[in-house]
Ligand binder design. Structure first.
Ligand SMILES: NC(=O)c1ccc[n+]([C@@H]2O[C@H](COP(=O)([O-])OP(=O)(O)OC[C@H]3O[C@@H](n4cnc5c(N)ncnc54)[C@H](OP(=O)(O)O)[C@@H]3O)[C@@H](O)[C@H]2O)c1
Length: 271
């Protein structure tokens, strides 16, 4: 990728994992970065790494994207930028809120039978779906006004089909896929490209506690490089790695009853 010191890039969920790795790719290109997430200290560390790697600017924006007022504040802070060329809406995860406690909705026991929690499932939906809406609204307006731009939203290959204990997460990413696919039709005539990023398994904080062997696990750096390549080439749906994407596509051809039987066998020891 050619260096561009005047490329303005916003990344949400930039304090760790894929988002931090995306930031470093654009930093090496010399871009101007705005990094949004809740943990100020972690964002500061990522910003320092980006500046050392060549970023022309690394702005820290602290906020929770499930809170519209936090997103509005971040959008106001970005008004001083002449434009936003790329917006990676990447914040998300498998944690839902249950009152004051954040709980991993994929952790054993939380989404099985009687331990199902509507509050957790709703929290996951707000994290992986609603939070993006608060960003999309002002970003679409701003990019239309500036004559174009690219918005890349991080979904998940989990949207290909629900696994045991991951129903709420899969539902949230499936909703996001439908949203982006639909919005693309409205955005394109206004010069805005919408990309849907669907990672397979990536080694990040989110997958640290996963209880099974993750097939085709990749590093955050490998994933970020593939996503930036796809976004810069204008690919509308970017799935990485291709091996898991293919496996999921083939699996979807197997009758649902057989798939369910198989998952019961595979995950039985985890109960
Ligand atoms: N890792 C995988 O295997 C995998 C697979 C498919 C899809 N994904 C998706 O990839 C994206 C990035 O995840 P990751 O794997 O890089 O995990 P990660 O290291 O846990 O990163 C998640 C990022 O989202 C931020 N975040 C979480 N809740 C937030 C909130 N309410 N408001 C603002 N920021 C928030 C976190 O920062 P703070 O905690 O500082 O807010 C962090 O920067 C997520 O959308 C995830 O669903 C990951």
């Amino acid at each position: 990728m050619a260096p561009d010191r005047n490329l303005f890039v916003l990344i949400t969920g930039a304090s760790s994992g894929i988002g931090a790795a995306l930031a470093e790719v654009y930093a090496r290109r010399g871009g101007r970065l705005a990094l949004f997430a809740r943990r100020r200290e972690r964002l500061g560390e990522v910003a320092a790494r980006c500046l050392a790697a060549g970023a022309s600017e690394a702005r820290v924006l602290v906020g929770d994207h499930t809170r519209p007022e936090d997103v509005a504040q971040a959008v106001t802070a970005l008004a001083s930028w002449p434009r936003i060329d790329r917006a990676y809406l990447n914040a998300g995860g498998a944690a839902g809120t249950d009152g004051d406690h954040f709980v991993d909705c994929c952790a054993a026991g939380n989404q099985t039978g009687s331990s199902f929690s509507a509050a957790i499932a709703d929290g996951v939906m707000r994290l992986n779906y609603s939070g993006h809406l608060y960003w999309l609204d002002p970003l679409l307006a701003r990019m239309a006004a500036q004559g174009g731009g690219t918005i890349a939203v991080t979904g998940s290959m989990a949207a290909d089909g629900a696994l045991p204990r991951s129903g709420p997460y899969t539902a949230s990413k499936l909703a996001l896929r439908a949203l982006v696919d639909g919005l693309r039709f409205e955005a394109e005539p206004r010069g805005i490209r919408l990309c849907l990023i669907e990672p397979g398994y990536v080694a990040t904080e989110m997958t640290t506690g996963v209880h099974f062997r993750m097939p085709f696990l990749r590093s955050a750096d490998e994933a970020a490089a593939a996503f930036v390549r796809g976004v810069e080439a204008g690919v509308p749906v970017i799935r990485f790695p291709w091996q898991l994407s293919l496996l999921n596509r083939l699996t979807s051809l197997v009758p649902r009853s057989l798939r369910t039987l198989w998952w019961r066998q595979v995950l039985a020891p985890l109960k």
